[in-house]
Design a protein around this ligand. Structure first.
Ligand SMILES: [Fe+2]
Length: 407
């Protein structure tokens, strides 16, 4: 396998729309990045992070040293939580405005990075708020430069144009996609990820699996999204058990991180549909609900629903999970059961009923799926027509394991 020939301790420069430093030790590249910002005439930056991971992982020591060395003024917003809110984005942007920040350095998983990307827009549009952005009252064309220091191997947000923020009073969790929020630079350093708990490890990798299942089967799928999907799933099936067994296994973290990064590129090309559109209402209803867990719960029913119209592609990309799939539409239930069995084997057997959702929530979830800004756009990309009945069917079949469903 090609992965055996890679020296994971050599920091490589990977070019996408972002210039990405990848490998063990990549965090040291923050020094030349801050130097480059300074050269562009930027004198102050907004740092966006969650509460503690940026310190715990050791990332902050490197960032602070680089800021000091280059005499870069900074303001730190460390209030980004999982499922970050519009208030958090506004608070971060306010801090940035106070020092006239000319760039954002976001340190964390998807939530701090998406908060940072959103604040980077507001720093270019002083009169606007996060609600203006996420309720689509205007379309930003500019943001200040973004540096993404990634601390999880799931979202792929460090190298794509997406961000997600919750509007709590409306129970909305919309997604935005703008060219201006591609990070200019990103750092993917697997050594910053060895402290992820076993549960986080599973959830973030399952997020990446969902990105590619959707990106490879959407109406907008292209050969690039499909090719990256196949490799993503193969790497995760191979390396997730190794990271589970030994969280400090740097080779496993390296390839799980590579998988999540190319999954981010895959959905930047192919976009997303059912699983993400239906997961966002779950975490909008329960703000502490984990994105990857919600996706895991929904995935088997989504696979069963879309398999008949995307049998060939799904049989191919799911082959590391079930090599007996031939790519014929009648295998939908079998494919869904195989995916469910793999998720269970990977330590995520939960379904909606286990997480406190009630069947009486289904109607509300269906309505949120159709009425949350941006989610209808995702639904329109689903390979199977996303009627209310179809969405209802997916939620209903995610309450209990598909394999226990009465025939
Ligand atoms: Fe995701």
């Amino acid at each position: 396998m090609w992965t055996a020939g890679i020296n994971i301790h050599e920091v490589k420069e990977i070019r996408t729309r972002t210039t990405l430093y990848f490998g063990v030790g990549a965090i040291t590249k923050i020094d030349p990045i801050v130097g480059a910002l300074k050269k562009k005439g930027i004198a102050s930056v907004l740092i966006v992070s969650g509460k503690g991971a940026y310190i715990r992982t050791g990332a902050w020591d490197h960032v602070k040293a680089a800021l000091d060395k280059h005499s870069m003024k900074f303001a730190l917003y460390d209030g980004a939580t999982p499922n970050p809110t519009a208030e958090q984005v506004d608070a971060a942007a306010k801090l940035g405005h106070m020092i006239q920040a000319g760039a954002v350095i976001a340190i964390g998983g998807g939530s701090p990075v998406d908060t940072g990307k959103s604040a980077a827009i507001l720093l270019r549009y002083p009169g606007k708020t996060a609600r203006d952005v996420y309720e689509f009252r205007f379309s930003p064309e500019e943001a200040v430069p973004i540096v993404a220091i990634n601390l999880t191997h799931g979202t792929g947000t460090e190298t794509n144009r997406f961000a997600v923020v919750t509007i709590p009073e409306k129970e909305f969790k919309p997604a935005i996609a703008y060219d201006c929020i591609y990070p200019t630079w990103a750092i993917d350093d697997p050594a910053l990820m060895t402290g992820l708990s076993p549960a986080q490890t599973r959830y973030v990798s399952i997020d990446a699996v969902n990105h590619v299942v959707e990106a490879a089967t959407a109406k907008t799928a292209n050969p690039m999204s499909i090719m990256l999907a196949a490799e993503t799933i193969r790497l995760i099936v191979d390396y997730l058990p190794l990271a589970e067994k030994d969280p400090k296994n740097l080779e496993a973290r390296y390839f799980l991180l590579f998988a999540s990064m190319i999954a981010g590129m895959s959905f930047d090309n192919g976009l997303l549909h059912f699983t993400h559109a239906l997961e966002h209402p779950l975490s909008a209803l329960k703000p502490d609900f984990t994105h990857g867990l919600g996706l895991s719960i929904l995935l088997p029913a989504v696979v069963e629903k879309i398999y008949p119209v995307r049998a060939k592609v799904l049989a191919d990309i799911l082959s590391p999970i079930d090599s007996s799939l031939k790519g014929t539409p009648d295998e939908a239930y079998k494919a869904a059961c195989s995916v469910e069995a793999w998720l269970e084997k990977s330590g995520v057997p939960e379904k909606l009923a286990d997480e406190g959702f009630k069947e009486s929530d289904i109607e509300k979830l269906v309505q949120l799926t159709f009425h949350t800004p941006s989610l209808s756009g995702l639904l329109s990309l689903a390979p199977e027509e996303a009627t209310e009945d179809c969405v209802r069917w997916i939620y209903r079949n995610s309450f209990r394991p598909i394999r226990q469903r009465p025939k």
